[in-house]
Design a binder for this molecule. Structure first.
Ligand SMILES: [Zn+2]
Length: 261
């Protein structure tokens, strides 16, 4: 009996005794768009060159279901993420809420399986079936923060270039505001488009979500605008954008699982 319990299982459909495939933490078709890939390893606090993979996904899940999720993200990359949002610009984002959530959760779940964060691993595992097949996502909020380019200026006021948010990043956010012990806050960022996933560890009533969101909106790092699950388009005005600074990039460094430049 114990032998069966410890047998390797597919992280998505739970099947055992099959051949497992390499699943890229970030969709392959996105990685191809980035030339120099650096991955952060939180275990030894170093960056290494290469593309991280997990090896606990069965062939059918990987090739039939997850590849559709990847295809949706690749389409979004071409229609939105490929272009930087310049300082002083507003942004329009069109989305299929369900497909977007499947993609963001997939990257987060893949990423957290390469770490020792058991609490978040178990939390994200609850969404494995919905990542594969779709469905209604409960206890989740997704927010979009637009991070624009910024001008680098010397002390004398000379422009010396532009800072570009040229990153793919997946990270745990060390949120320490009100009710932070009841929610998990994660970031999945594609260049100027940084998505924050907020997931409650257990079912929370609406007023607790409201209180939590109020805290988030007043936190030290801006965490964007909530995406409406019943809509397919959002306009982000200039005053809701932020810009790339070394501080913004460095702030989460201790909690990063992957960073690719
Ligand atoms: Zn499977």
């Amino acid at each position: 009996m114990w032998g069966i319990l410890t047998m390797k299982r597919c992280a998505y459909c739970n099947v055992s005794g099959v051949k497992f495939t390499k699943e890229h933490i970030w969709p392959n078709n996105l990685i191809d768009k980035f030339e120099d890939l650096l991955t952060y390893n939180p275990r030894n606090e170093n960056f290494y060159k290469g593309d991280p993979v997990v090896k606990d996904v069965c062939g059918p899940c990987n090739n039939t279901y997850l590849s559709k999720v990847d295809a949706y993200l690749a389409g979004l990359f071409d229609s939105h993420f490929a272009n930087y949002v310049e300082a002083g610009q507003s942004a329009e984002f069109s989305y299929d809420y369900n497909a977007l959530l499947r993609g963001l959760l997939k990257i987060s779940y893949n990423s957290v399986r390469s770490t020792a964060n058991e609490k978040q691993k178990n939390l994200l595992a609850k969404y494995a079936k919905q990542i594969l097949y779709g469905g209604v996502f409960m206890s989740i909020m997704v927010r979009l923060q637009i991070v624009t380019t910024s001008k680098a200026i010397t002390f004398l006021g000379h422009e010396i270039g532009e800072l570009m948010p040229d990153v793919l990043r997946c990270a745990v956010v060390a949120y320490d505001g009100r009710l932070s012990n009841r929610f998990c806050v994660r970031l999945v960022g594609f260049r100027s488009y940084w998505f924050y996933l907020i997931i409650s560890y257990k079912n929370e009533p609406r007023h607790i979500w409201g209180e939590f969101a109020e805290g988030l909106e007043n936190w030290v790092t801006p965490m964007g605008v909530a995406l409406d699950s019943t809509k397919s388009k959002i306009s982000i005005p200039v005053d809701k954008t932020t810009w790339i600074t070394p501080t913004l990039l460095g702030k989460l460094a201790g909690d990063l699982e992957e960073l690719k430049l």
